[in-house]
Design a protein around this ligand. Structure first.
Ligand code: PA5
Length: 482
């Protein structure tokens, strides 16, 4: 059983639905219809019942508008022809001009950007020549921790490259923070900015990505205005974990020369598929209905997102935030204590078949393993017959690595199925911007449905504020002690 879209993207739920698994009787079709209606209203008006901003005010939800590049969306700082053109101009401004970009951010201001970088640049981008990178810069990430060692390493690495260049080494710091004051991001930004400014070989340029509101400026916006730095927008109504489709994610997309339109087109086509009233033809509604039923009726409260392929691991890390922050809620929309939400887990195939799979296969019956498979790998490699006399190795020769990877995944899926272990698979026909846009948007829309099905606000994150309220004064105390 699979839902396959015209693009070839598919959701295979054969090992999740049917006898001994989730059945139609487990699905609350009435709640599902209501959730679907709520999604229609959200698309049209941005309204989501009981959604409040961090300040406790009703707030619109606009992530479903992001795939559409329209003038009207431009008025809300969402994607418009002008904003996309500006991103293209940004790419050309950087090309053959900036040596290295450091993207600073955490949570929603980091995770989606990392997915784009890992998938489209891979591990060795920064070791390539400028020509191989088509004049685009090396890219580093910081701000996603307050780790003195790694931050020190980045600074030393940038300084060493500058010393080797002969002539000015140009570094662009892209500081991303919706609230404009997140300590993890800003402390790294200040440390790196200060160090690089002191270095004679280095020219530093800063770009700020933050709330564009000019009346109530964020700290970052204020500093950007004071210093005349270029700014991109984190629009109102787009929460951190949904920002990969706005200028947060698209700033990295522009830096690495990604096909931004194709990425948004994939998201848009998925959004249209998710408008289908028929659950069996609507990928987000179907995924959400099956996952919630597996959780509520079968106790499968953990979702292991397990893409097969190294560079897809950060997709799983991005999904952790999406699922955890959206659905992990103590209170429902009526204010009842519910302590809701499924718990996400990162895994990557085949790597984690040699670590986690024992638990998936025989451990607590509390998981759905959600695979992500790539149907066709670019530049696939064939395993050669290097040792013809060693039967076990000779037997696998002639097989491509892509096919071997899929056999491994399929074997894992079959083994899990044989032992009452729920699993499902998203298939990307190939790794490109369009199909990644489809998948990331599907997952975002799916948690929006889940929020409605579980009757919790999928768009706030009050729990994240709890430690922040403790941490701020603690840091001040530390400073006062000297
Ligand atoms: O989803 C969220 O809102 C959070 O994870 C934020 O993205 C994260 O805390 C970073 O916040 P900011 O962009 O305001 O620095």
């Amino acid at each position: 059983m699979a839902l396959t879209l015209k693009s070839g993207f598919s959701f295979d739920y054969d090992n999740l639905f049917g006898e001994g698994k989730v059945t139609e009787a487990d699905i609350d079709f009435d709640a599902l219809r209501k959730a679907h209606e709520a999604m229609k209203v959200m698309r049209e008006t941005g309204f989501i019942k009981a959604h409040l901003s961090k300040d406790g005010n009703p707030e619109k939800v606009y992530f479903s508008k992001l795939p559409y590049i329209t003038e009207e969306n431009g008025k809300l700082n969402l994607n418009s022809p002008a904003s996309i053109k500006r991103l293209h101009d940004f790419t050309e401004k950087i090309r053959n001009n900036v040596d290295a970009v450091v993207s600073l951010g955490i949570g929603g201001s980091f995770l989606g950007n990392k997915v784009l970088f890992d998938i489209f640049c891979g591990e060795f981008w920064n070791t390539w020549t400028t020509e191989q990178r088509k004049g685009l810069p090396k890219v580093y990430f910081s701000g996603q921790n307050i780790d003195p060692r790694r931050t020190g390493d980045i600074i030393n690495h940038l300084k060493a490259m500058a010393a080797n260049k002969g002539g000015k080494f140009k570094v662009m710091l892209i500081c991303i923070s919706k609230s404009g004051g997140t300590l993890d991001t800003m402390s790294n930004f200040m440390v790196i900015y200060d160090e690089l400014k002191k270095c004679e070989d280095i020219e530093v340029e800063v770009v700020a990505v933050t709330d564009p509101n000019m009346e109530k400026k964020t700290l970052l916006k204020q500093i950007a205005v004071d210093n005349g730095w270029e700014c991109f927008a984190v629009p109102d109504g787009v929460g951190g974990r949904f920002t990969v489709f706005c200028e947060v994610g698209l700033s990295t997309a522009a830096v690495i020369g990604m096909d931004i339109e194709a990425f948004l087109q994939g998201a848009q086509d998925m959004d249209k598929a998710c408008q289908n009233d028929d659950i069996w033809q609507n990928p987000a509604m179907l995924n959400a209905a099956l996952k919630v039923a597996a959780y509520k009726k079968h106790g499968r409260n953990i979702e292991v997102l397990m893409p097969y392929g190294d560079y897809l691991k950060s997709l799983s890390e991005w999904y952790i935030q999406l699922l955890a922050e959206s659905l992990g809620k103590q209170w429902d929309k009526e204010g009842n204590e519910v302590c809701e939400g499924r718990t996400p887990l990162v895994a990557v195939g085949t790597t984690d078949m040699h670590s986690q799979t024992q638990q998936h296969q025989e451990g607590t019956l509390d998981k759905v393993v959600q695979f992500v498979k790539v149907a066709k790998w670019a530049n696939d490699l064939t395993i050669p017959n290097v040792f013809p006399n060693v039967k076990k190795l000779a037997d696998i020769s002639g097989v491509t690595m892509g096919d071997a990877l899929e056999v491994a995944r399929q074997s894992n899926a079959d083994a899990l199925k044989s032992n009452k272990r729920f699993n499902a698979c998203f298939t990307l026909p190939e790794v490109n911007e369009y199909h990644l846009g489809e998948l990331m948007y599907l997952l975002a829309m799916s948690v929006a449905y889940e929020g409605e099905l579980l009757n919790v606000d999928a768009f706030n994150q009050p729990g994240v504020e709890a430690y922040k309220r403790i941490m701020g004064p603690k840091l001040q105390e530390l400073k006062a002690k000297g």
